[in-house]
Design a protein around this ligand. Structure first.
Ligand code: GLP
Length: 242
């Protein structure tokens, strides 16, 4: 069963998770971080950037793997997850950009991009700590309801609800890509420690289903119940239905 912490604010959650990751990096300078996009983890990255700077932590050996990416956006698009990870994580934390990978990037073929990404994660020794948000549909990464709990990195079609939620980042809803490439739920479960964060009432239903509903492909977040070391941080609004 996951450990659940109800926090007062995103900032409090950010400091708790950032402290844990900073300690990991000090003890393991080549730590492998699983990086999520979306608004949820921003407080973690902000707090981690502060700790790294204040304590002069050497992050030159840190490696990172993004959870997911859109397929079909023009190279360099500001809302591509590569661009977001560069802007929100690599630059503020001072990571080596060459050590941070995004699925599908530089793939010779989209058919083998998933396998290639799995191989890269395995070659790095696996992910030490995976940061996760959750979508209102219950998705983790871009694993929408119906995704196998054993799934690997692969190309998927975005759910209509997720396209609507993510339309806010694009000039027009028609600009939201149709496809994505995402680590699978099985991939995520192989990370050694999961931090799942959720804030706000819009996430209450997804959090209740993830933590207290049946473990099922209909509720991708419920996979955290299968993980031996999962820490869930929610604010009071996201915890309403628990
Ligand atoms: C996005 C991402 C997920 C993220 C989720 C929630 O579509 N693919 O990795 O966790 O939706 O986003 P937010 O944190 O902005 O609510």
């Amino acid at each position: 069963m996951a450990e659940v912490l109800i926090v007062r604010s995103q900032e409090e959650a950010g400091s708790i998770v950032a402290r844990s990751i900073a300690d990991l990096i000090v003890s393991r300078p080549d730590a492998v971080l699983g990086l999520a996009t979306g608004s949820t983890p921003l407080a973690v990255y902000a707090a981690l950037a502060q700790i790294i700077e204040a304590e002069g932590i050497d992050v030159s050996g840190v490696r990172g793997f993004a959870l997911d990416e859109y397929v079909g956006l023009p190279q360099g698009h500001p809302e591509s997850y590569r661009a977001v990870i560069t802007r929100e994580v690599v630059e503020p934390l001072g990571l080596d950009p060459a050590k941070v990978l995004v699925p599908g990037e530089n793939a010779t073929s989209i058919q083998t991009a998933g396998e290639d990404y799995e191989a890269a994660i395995a070659a790095a020794g696996g992910v030490d700590v995976q940061i996760l948000g959750i979508g209102r549909t219950g998705h983790i990464g871009f694993n929408e309801p119906g995704s196998s709990l054993a799934s690997h990195t692969r190309v998927k079609t975005l759910a209509e609800a997720t396209k609507r939620d993510n339309a806010r980042f694009f000039d027009s809803p028609d600009d939201v890509p149709i496809h994505c490439i995402t680590q699978g739920i099985g991939t995520i479960l192989r990370a050694r420690h999961l931090f799942l964060l959720a804030f706000g009432a819009a996430k209450a239903e997804a959090i209740a289903a993830a933590l207290e509903g049946p473990v099922s492909a209909s509720s991708p977040g419920s996979a955290v119940q299968l993980h031996p070391h999962a820490t869930v941080l929610v604010d009071e609004d996201a915890a309403t239905d628990l």
